[in-house]
Structures are given as structure tokens and as C-alpha cells.
Design a binder for this molecule. Structure first.
Ligand SMILES: Nc1ncnc2c1ncn2[C@@H]1O[C@H](COP(=O)(O)OP(=O)(O)OP(=O)(O)O)[C@@H](O)[C@H]1O
Ligand SMILES: [Mg+2]
Length: 529
């Protein structure tokens, strides 16, 4: 067993004015990657790294942004360290690699270096940065002893994945004993935080080609194609001022702060944020498909089996959020996107979401957020001066409204009259299964499911976990798994998919938007939450 040593390069989010002063950067709240070389097998680490006049080099290539960096290792207190250095880490690519190589410098005489092991990488030719950063030198002076390529997906990176593996090391001039290939053990630890760089709008344009509008509520969401990787993203434009009024910074940051902590297959991923004087740009996962509003608008009513297939992943996302104390507060068809070709459902729009903790519960009493038509009675009561603490049960209420709409094509409390009328009907919890011809054909389990969600008393409502165990959804799981091969979507029929693609538009006037409804109703200023 060889000596132990460690190297700790720090990767941080976009850093401006990097002056490479050799001092550890302030990386609190920033993305970090820690590379630690733990130990070696069948050789001493001194042999790998050299000592005295031969110094070891560590080179880290981060393909998430195609930048590379090489530094001599420093020996201190029994351990080898890579001095911390600022690193641009933009992470706009869902798949990437972290490559780490160990090498020696000034080690004469050197044997020929096999091509595959030289460090001359495409990275340095392709990307603008000072050549001094690459540490690229003539192969005569530098030999790569170990190369490690670690494929990492963005999601793994965000989940703070720890990777710990042994890698073979080639040491020139040393003949290995049979069966004794020298190895080093390297661990990578990710601590990802989306970038919060203050940039000009030019930076967005430099990096992305902005294409069509994907949708709009209070904010506009556009498709953006990353210029380097050609991958599509969705950019949400959060305006800092709406109707002449400044949105409080805490309200703008809320969506970002919550999304950056979340990682779930049915919740949209936030990759990075940019900001200029007027706007914050959220660069998110692009979901190719339609939101449930368009789908329900075009199809009219969905079959109970389709609605159950949609509720399962949606409730799975909500169960994840609720277990973390997060209430979405704005569950509605416009905030659920379906990629029916991939059979995926993603919950979006955390503009109204709240993290409820024991310490902030008091300050949340009386709060109002969401979209009028989907708000629970206790939220609406707060509009009339009550001091209710609105917790996870508000999402369950909205699930009830959503389910009712998907099955029948009509809203349980909206009879086409005024906002005030809807508000009164919601507070009274008055709804029935008579409107429209469809209800006579809807199985009683579906109606029971809705009734358990639309109870006026939040304490009596089912929880999301209980809803997942509801007989309607439990029974629905079976046919979903026995999906006939060749059928395009487990959510919809092939004919329905075709109709949506043909008729899709997001310009419908009946779309509801979060702030819009509240502003119209009260016209008393702007608040996102
Ligand atoms: N990641 C995405 N991929 C594809 N389309 C998206 C994405 N995010 C949002 N959209 C589309 O843009 C619309 C508006 O997005 P979002 O709900 O986040 O904005 P908003 O202004 O906060 O809406 P609201 O008024 O409901 O608060 C969505 O209804 C959806 O159609
Ligand atoms: Mg929305």
C-alpha cells in the first residue's frame, strides 16, 4: 500500500474577474467538485507523483463546460494537494464527463508515450482560455501516468453523487510484477449549485440561440438551443418589474432556491440561471410535448384510465415535494407538461411554491398564493383576512379540481359567472357530479377520489400518500404496465396524440395565470407568493 495523498480542486459556478491569485476562492454557496486521490496499490504514490525536482501534476477536464486546468501538486502535511482555483462551471449539458489525469513533469529520460495516454485534448483547441491554464507541454517533458474518465449525468451531479474507484496507472521505467498492475484510488464528490451569475443579456445570446415561445403565464418561456452542444433547453424569463411594480427579490428568488434543491424524474430540472438588469433567466430542462391545459382543451374529456395514468407520476412528484416540506401551491393543467411520445410527465412552475418549516410556519400564516380556480378554501379565506397556515393539503385540493376538469372538461366551481362567484362557491365547497353528460359514465371510484380531495376541512382531506393507495389508482397500475407494444403513449390514444400535435396552441384565452387572476380580482399590487 502506498502513501496517501489528496488533491482538492474546487469547481465553482460562473466566476467573473478570475485573477488566479493563488488564494482559495470563496466557494460558499457555489458548485464544488472535490477530487481526492485516496491511496495506491502496488506502488508508492511518490513514484507516481515524483519528489524533489520532479513534480506531479493533476489535470482536470470538465466536459460540462469543456474547460480544463492543470496545476502542480503541493505536498503539505503528509498529503498532496492541488491548490484551489476558480473554475467556470456552467453545467448546461445534461450528460458530461469529469476527466482526471495524473502526470509527471521534467522527468528525463522518458520512454515514448503511447498516443492514447497523452493529454493533448480537443478541449484546449476548441475553447478560449489562456494556454497557461492548460499546462500543455511537449510530450518530451510530461508523461501522463494515470487517466480517469468518469461519465456523469447532470442529475447525478445535482444529487451530490460520490464516485470512488480504482484506476490503473502506467509508470514508465517500472516493470510490473505479473498480476500487479499499479492502481490509484480516486474519489469525486459533487456539490452542485446552479450558477447565479449576474450577466448581461448578451451572455444568454452568446450561449443559446433563442427560438419559439413554448408557453406563457405571467412569464414567457422560450425554447433555447445551446450553441455548443446543440441541445434544447427551456428558458423562463422572470421579469423583475410587472405592470410598473418591482417584484420583491425574495419572491423572484423563491422559485430558483426551491428548484435548485429538487431532483425528481417528474419535476422539471433547473440547469442554471442568468440575470441582467430587468430579467432573471431560468435555463431549464426542455420538455417536448404539451401542457395538460392544451391536451384537455383539445381532447375535451379524458378517459378515467388516462387520468389515472397521469395522476400516478404527478402524485409521485408531489409526494417527493411534500416529504421535503415543499408545497407546490399552483397545481393546475398549465403547470403539468406531458411528453406523450416519451410517456413522461413533468411538474413545472415553482413560482408560488413554499418551503414550510417549523421555524417559518408562523410567518406563513395568512399567506395567499396560487391560481384562483384551483385554490383551496383555506387559501381563499386568507384573502378575506383569515390567518390560516396553508400546508400540503392545498395541493390535494388542487388535485381534486384538476381531476374533475380532466374527467369532465368543466370546472367544479366555475359556472361562468364572476371571480367573486367562484370564490364563494369554493369557500362553501359546493360542487356536484351533474354538470355535463359525462358524469353518468365515470366510475364511482373516480368520484370518490375527487370527494376525498375536495373536503373543506384540510385536516380531513386525504394526503398524497393516501391518494396513491386509492383503489382507483391501484387498479389503474395494472393495465399501464401491460401497455400493448407499439402504442405511442400510455397516457393517450394514438388518435388523441395526433389531434394534439395538429391543433396545439397556447394562445387560448381561457388559460389561467397565477398572478393575473389575483391582480384582476384585487388589483392591489403584485405578489408572486
Ligand atoms: N421546461 C419547459 N418545457 C416546455 N414548455 C415549458 C417549460 N416550462 C414552461 N413551459 C410552458 O410555458 C408555460 C408557462 O410556464 P410557467 O408556468 O413556468 O410560467 P408562469 O409565468 O410562472 O405561469 P403562471 O402564470 O402559471 O405562474 C407552461 O404552461 C408551459 O406550457
Ligand atoms: Mg404556470
Amino acid at each position: 500500500m502506498g502513501n496517501k495523498w489528496s488533491a482538492t480542486p474546487s469547481f465553482t459556478s460562473e466566476i467573473l474577474n478570475d485573477n488566479d491569485d493563488g488564494e482559495p476562492p470563496d466557494i460558499s454557496g457555489e458548485s464544488t467538485l472535490t477530487v481526492t486521490v485516496m491511496e495506491s496499490k502496488h506502488l508508492k504514490l511518490d513514484t507516481v507523483l515524483g519528489s524533489g525536482k520532479h513534480h506531479g501534476l493533476i489535470r482536470v477536464v470538465n466536459t460540462f463546460n469543456a474547460q480544463c486546468y492543470t496545476k502542480p501538486l503541493k505536498f503539505d502535511n503528509q498529503a498532496w494537494f492541488m491548490p484551489k482555483r476558480r473554475f467556470v462551471f456552467v453545467s448546461s449539458d445534461p450528460e458530461g464527463e469529469i476527466r482526471v489525469s495524473l502526470s509527471q513533469n521534467h522527468l528525463p529520460p522518458l520512454p515514448a508515450v503511447p498516443d492514447a495516454l497523452t493529454t493533448a485534448g480537443s478541449c484546449c483547441e476548441n475553447h478560449p482560455h489562456g494556454s497557461e491554464n492548460c499546462g500543455r507541454q511537449s510530450p518530451k517533458e510530461k508523461v501522463v501516468l494515470a487517466k480517469m474518465t468518469v461519465p456523469v449525468s447532470f442529475v447525478e451531479l445535482k444529487q451530490a453523487k460520490h464516485i470512488d474507484r480504482w484506476y490503473d496507472v502506467l509508470v514508465p521505467g517500472i516493470t510490473n510484477q505479473p498480476g500487479e498492475v499499479p492502481q490509484v484510488r480516486v474519489s469525486l464528490d459533487f456539490n452542485y449549485q446552479p450558477s447565479r451569475a449576474i450577466l448581461s443579456v448578451d451572455s444568454l445570446m452568446q450561449k443559446y440561440v433563442i427560438e419559439d415561445t413554448l408557453g406563457a403565464g405571467v412569464s414567457v418561456v422560450k425554447k433555447a438551443v445551446h450553441k455548443y452542444s446543440k441541445k434544447p433547453y427551456a428558458v423562463k424569463y422572470l421579469q423583475k418589474t410587472v405592470k410598473g411594480q418591482n417584484i420583491p427579490r425574495t419572491a423572484l428568488d423563491n422559485e430558483i432556491e426551491l428548484l435548485r434543491t429538487i431532483s425528481h424524474p417528474n419535476i422539471v430540472q433547473l440547469y442554471e440561471t442568468m440575470e441582467d438588469q430587468t430579467t432573471i433567466y431560468l435555463i431549464m430542462e426542455y420538455v417536448k410535448g404539451s401542457d395538460l391545459f392544451d391536451i384537455s382543451d383539445i381532447i375535451g374529456t379524458l378517459r378515467p384510465a388516462s387520468v389515472a395514468a397521469l395522476l400516478l407520476p404527478l402524485l409521485s412528484a408531489l409526494s417527493y415535494l411534500h416529504s421535503r416540506g415543499i408545497v407546490h401551491h399552483d397545481i393546475k393543467p398549465e403547470n403539468i407538461i406531458i411528453d406523450y411520445s416519451q410517456n413522461t410527465l413533468k411538474l413545472i412552475d415553482f413560482g408560488s411554491a413554499k418551503l414550510l418549516t417549523a421555524s417559518n410556519a408562523k410567518s406563513q400564516e395568512g399567506a395567499v398564493s396560487g391560481t384562483l380556480n384551483y385554490m383551496a378554501p383555506e387559501v381563499l379565506m386568507n384573502m378575506r383576512g383569515a390567518r390560516n397556515l396553508c400546508d400540503k393539503a392545498v395541493d390535494v385540493w388542487s388535485i381534486g379540481v384538476l381531476t374533475y376538469i380532466l374527467l369532465s372538461g368543466v370546472h367544479p366551481f366555475d359556472s361562468g359567472k364572476s371571480h367573486e362567484n367562484i370564490l364563494n362557491r369554493i369557500i362553501a365547497g359546493k360542487f356536484d357530479f351533474k354538470s355535463g353528460p359525462v358524469w353518468s359514465k365515470v366510475p364511482k371510484e373516480c368520484k370518490d377520489f375527487i370527494k376525498r380531495c375536495l373536503l373543506i376541512d384540510p385536516k380531513k382531506r386525504s394526503t398524497v400518500v393516501e391518494l396513491l393507495k386509492h383503489p382507483w389508482l391501484v387498479a389503474a397500475k395494472v393495465p399501464q404496465q401491460q401497455q400493448p407494444t407499439g402504442k405511442r403513449s400510455s397516457f393517450l390514444s394514438d388518435e388523441e396524440c395526433d389531434r394534439i400535435v395538429k391543433e396545439k396552441t397556447f394562445h387560448s384565452t381561457s388559460r389561467t395565470n397565477t398572478m393575473g387572476s389575483l391582480l384582476e380580482l384585487f388589483n392591489d399590487g403584485v405578489s408572486r407568493s
